[in-house]
Ligand binder design. Structure first.
Ligand code: SF4
Length: 106
């Protein structure tokens, strides 16, 4: 399972740069660059409604990924050792991206 670091602090699932979900979905089935990927599991944190999930976020998550042109993608699962999701002021999942996306060389 990849280590997941995430800078999207506007997401309800973000706890100190870690994600509290055991599994996330990364979108971008035609992505050729990281800007064209997004975290489909993003959910905007509204007002001061912190997620009432107890416990701490674990550093690893399962990642289902639609960006099949990424060299870490094997059968729509991410096999990178570590990934970084970015989008510091995101309000929508389209404003997030997998910064680790790396196009398969042709
Ligand atoms: S590193 Fe590649 S396979 Fe892994 S989540 Fe990011 S885009 Fe998908």
């Amino acid at each position: 399972m990849p280590e997941l670091k995430c800078t999207v602090q506007t997401c309800v699932h973000n706890q100190q740069f870690l994600c509290n979900l055991d599994k996330i979905e990364v979108g971008g089935n035609k992505a050729k660059r990281s800007e064209e990927t997004c975290c489909d599991s993003f959910q905007e944190r509204k007002g001061d409604s912190y997620s009432n999930v107890t416990g701490t976020a674990s550093p690893t998550s399962m990642i289902d990924c639609k960006a099949t042109d990424c060299q870490y993608n094997e059968s729509c699962k991410c096999h990178a050792g570590k990934i970084s999701v970015e989008g510091s002021n995101a309000c929508h999942c389209q404003e997030t991206e997998c910064a680790t996306f790396c196009a398969v060389c042709e």
